[in-house]
Design a protein around this ligand. Structure first.
Ligand code: AMP
Length: 187
């Protein structure tokens, strides 16, 4: 199964990816985690990405498309993947369509976690206390939410038109969201 988890920052994509990995042995690909690792290792990618991440802006499409096209070709993706944090723009979504086509892989579903802004902000602030993420501060959070509305939000319509979108109530505890998610996927 190949899935995309779509949602604003703080919507629970990372948490729910983990529940699906445990249940379905899919490979989770989190572009945020890939970038954070590159930043901490100070690789060329990390040095390039850091400024965008710290301000809450998107890393350029060509960089992200390059990362994903290399990653999904690896043998550990053969059982299926969960994309967490990619695509975030229509250009990334189009590039992903052609990558999957070339690999003869099918996109099964795009799950959109719908969470109101007040709950997103509360979750990110509580995460910042626990995980010390440099982009979970109020100013960057506001910008990330704005970027989601302006750019990533378009993907809801994009995948709806393709008949791939599953829209889910993402509010409440991780356990409550997990049971809605599993029910929606027929698990
Ligand atoms: P995340 O952990 O998914 O919230 O990502 C953290 C940050 O990494 C984002 O605010 C962006 O700066 C960057 N990032 C992650 N995924 C992408 C993507 N697909 N396109 C552009 N930037 C991304």
């Amino acid at each position: 199964m190949n899935l995309i988890l779509l949602g604003a920052p703080g919507a629970g994509k990372g948490t729910q990816s983990q529940t699906l990995v445990d249940r379905l042995s899919l490979k989770q690909i989190s572009t945020g985690d890939i970038l954070r690792k590159a930043v901490s290792e100070e690789t060329a990618l990390g040095l390039k990405a850091r400024e965008f991440m710290d301000s809450g802006n998107l890393v350029p499409d060509d960089v992200m498309i390059g990362i994903i096209s290399e990653r999904i070709n690896k043998p550990d993706c053969q059982n299926g993947i969960i994309l967490d944090g990619f695509p975030r723009t229509v250009e990334q979504a189009r590039a992903l369509d052609s990558m999957l086509e070339k690999l003869v892989k099918k996109l099964d579903a795009v799950v959109y976690f719908d969470v109101p802004e007040s709950e997103l902000i509360a979750r990110m602030l509580s995460r910042s206390a626990k995980e010390n993420r440099s982009d979970d501060n109020m100013q960057t959070i506001q910008n990330r939410l704005q970027v989601f509305k302006e750019k990533t939000g378009q993907l809801i319509g994009y995948y709806q038109e393709k008949g791939k979108l599953i829209s889910l109530d993402g509010t409440g505890t991780p356990e409550a969201v997990q049971s809605r998610l599993f029910a929606a996927l027929g698990l």
